[in-house]
Each structure stands twice: as structure tokens, then as C-alpha cells.
Design a protein around this ligand. Structure first.
Ligand code: PHE
Length: 344
């Protein structure tokens, strides 16, 4: 028995000396000390069948050998771990002297102007709100005093999406005005807010029309709000954004959700009013619809039109950007063309 134990020890030491990595070490340890079928463990288990004298002798030798081997395994484990860290350090290195890639991304021109406008309106006490791009027929049209089958829907022909659960269709919002009644319901009066965002129309595309573009809606509701407040806010905004004197004109305009309603045009900054493809040769560009919020819209938002009034405007953010940077074709903006984008 003693001889058998000593042989086992020698054999274990020989095997341990050949171990090259932690996995092999674990395998050898398992072979000798494994709970199930480990050679040394089996001998220790068999001790109970020996007579007391032999059990004592063999038992202490077996334990001695076990401790000795376990200590060897631990020592080898530490050496292997240290070696592994070392070789990792050798293979995972980084050359900190390589030149840095300075080709960083940057904001899209629409975002640049949008954030500028947001800052400006924040300074005037307006909230910045967001709204869904896939909208119910109700908030996009009906709540804005545009009933079903009303011819005014043609002005904003958009994309309808079948809604199998409901007879009411979804639409890709045709304007950011969809947030007007949502905001009135959520915050109540008095309310000042702007809503930048993407809108969709069924358009044939050309230099100044695209199926996807950006608007910035704004509204201010309180007691005694009048057209004078609307004009004052528009003037502050335009001079801040274009940083120069911009000629504007106000024409009567029809939108079912404002009364009276206007179109605000600015002189084309691309051609200076002479006429070009962007302004369709007229020298003026329609940049926003605006007006006093219709009483029916205030009512839909749960606001008493006898007590409160408000103005609203929907600014063509995309047009603004084109004027600001002298971009002659709207289709560049969503093209993803790096030759275009890198200029900003
Ligand atoms: N929603 C209108 C459009 O997209 C613009 C508008 C907004 C007009 C608010 C009046 C008041 O054309």
C-alpha cells in the first residue's frame, strides 16, 4: 500500500511538471483529487476497510502526500497565472504614438439651426416639446378643425397607414401642428411652446419640395394674446437667426386651425429677391403659416376660448436652413451625401 502511494506521488509530480496551462493543471488535479474517481481520493476512501494500525499509518502518509501535491498544484497555478498575465500584456498593446483620427462627425445643418432656434425660444420662456411622427387622424386633422372629407386635407396630402385594430387611420404627420392639442391637454393655459420635428407630405420632389422635411411649430396661449404678440415674436426670431435685416411680408393665408390666418414670406436670400429656382422665380419664399388659434382648436384642447387666446406658427425649418446656408436644392439635406455634409 505504501509503495502504491509513493508511486502515485511520483507519477503525479511527473505529470505536474509537464503541465503547460491552467486547463492541463486542472485536469491533473482532477485526476488525483477529483471527488469522483480521483486516484488519491479513492485510496483515502478505502482506508476504512483496513485494520486500525494500518489505517493510521497509511492514512497519515496518504494525507501527507495529498497536502504536498495540493501545495504543488497551488504553486504551479500561481506561476501559470503570472505567465498568462505577462503574455497578455505582451500581445495586447497599444501604440500611443500613432496619429489620432481627427475625422470626427458633426451636427447636421438642420440640427444646428434647430438647436439655435430652441435656445432662442427657451430665452423667451418657451418649452421645447416633442411629438409622434406616426399620428392619429384625430391630432393631425380633426382636432385642428379639419373634419374628414374637408377639402383642406388636400393642402397636406400625406401618407396614410392602415390601422387594422381601428377604423381610424394613422397618418405620417403632415405638420408639427399635431402637437398643439396634445400640448394644450397636457399643460393647459398659459402655455408657450415650440415643437421642432420631421414631417411628411406626398409631394413630387423638386428643388424646393421633398417628401420629408422639418418644421418648427410654436404657440403662445394666455389671456389677451393678439396679433401684435405674434408679429413681435416673429421679428425677434428672424433678426436673431439671419443676423441681418430680413425683408418679410404678411399675406392672408388659409389654415382651418387659425383665424385670422397668414402666410409669412421672407425675401429670398439666395437671389436677393431677383428670382431663382428656390423661390420659383418670385423673389419671395413662404417660410411659415401663422395666425390666431381657432376657438374650436382651443376647445379641443380643453381651453376656454372666451377667456384665453393664442397665436400659432409653423415654420419651415428646412427652408430656413436653405436660406441660412444658401443651399439651392432641398434634396441635398436628406441625401446623406458626405460631399454635401462635410461643408458644415
Ligand atoms: N401647419 C401648417 C403647415 O404645415 C402651418 C401652420 C402652423 C399654420 C400653425 C398656422 C399655424 O402648413
Amino acid at each position: 500500500m505504501q509503495e502504491k502511494l509513493n508511486k502515485l506521488k511520483d507519477q503525479a509530480i511527473r505529470e505536474l511538471s509537464l503541465v503547460k496551462n491552467i486547463k492541463q493543471l486542472d485536469d491533473v488535479a482532477q485526476k488525483y483529487f477529483g471527488r469522483k474517481g480521483g486516484d488519491l481520493n479513492n485510496i483515502l476512501k478505502g482506508l476504512k476497510d483496513l485494520d486500525p494500525e494500518a489505517r493510521k499509518e497509511i492514512g497519515s502518509l496518504a494525507n501527507e502526500i495529498k497536502e504536498e501535491l495540493e501545495a504543488a498544484v497551488e504553486a504551479i497555478r500561481q506561476t501559470l497565472n503570472a505567465k498568462e498575465v505577462e503574455s497578455k500584456l505582451e500581445s495586447d498593446w497599444l501604440d500611443v504614438t500613432l496619429p489620432v483620427d481627427t475625422n470626427l462627425g458633426h451636427l447636421h445643418p438642420i440640427s444646428i439651426v434647430q438647436y439655435e432656434l430652441e435656445d432662442l425660444f427657451k430665452g423667451l420662456g418657451f418649452k421645447i416639446l416633442d411629438g409622434p411622427e406616426l399620428e392619429s387622424d384625430y391630432y393631425n386633422f380633426e382636432a385642428l378643425n379639419i373634419p374628414k372629407h374637408h377639402p383642406a386635407r388636400d393642402m397636406q396630402d400625406t401618407f396614410y397607414v392602415d390601422n387594422s385594430k381601428n377604423t381610424d387611420k394613422w397618418v405620417m404627420r403632415a405638420h408639427t401642428s399635431n402637437v398643439q392639442v396634445r400640448a394644450m391637454k397636457e399643460f393647459g393655459p398659459p402655455l408657450r411652446a415650440v415643437v421642432p420635428g420631421r414631417v411628411f407630405r406626398c409631394e413630387s420632389t423638386d428643388a424646393s419640395h421633398d417628401t420629408t422635411f422639418d418644421q418648427l411649430e410654436g404657440f403662445m396661449i394666455d389671456e389677451d394674446i393678439s396679433i401684435a404678440n405674434l408679429i413681435a415674436v416673429m421679428k425677434v426670431m428672424l433678426s436673431a437667426i439671419f443676423k441681418r435685416d430680413v425683408k418679410v411680408r404678411l399675406r392672408p393665408g388659409y389654415f382651418p386651425f387659425v383665424e385670422p390666418g397668414f402666410e409669412l414670406d421672407m425675401q429670398c436670400l439666395i437671389c436677393g429677391g431677383k428670382g431663382c429656382s428656390v423661390c420659383k422665380q418670385v423673389g419671395w419664399l413662404e417660410i411659415m403659416g401663422c395666425g390666431m388659434i381657432h376657438p374650436n382648436v382651443l376647445k379641443a384642447g380643453g381651453i376656454d376660448p372666451e377667456k384665453y387666446s393664442g397665436f400659432a406658427f409653423g415654420l419651415g425649418l428646412t427652408r430656413f436652413v436653405m436660406m441660412r446656408y444658401g443651399i439651392e436644392d432641398i434634396r441635398h439635406l436628406n441625401s446623406g451625401d458626405l460631399r454635401f455634409l462635410k461643408q458644415f
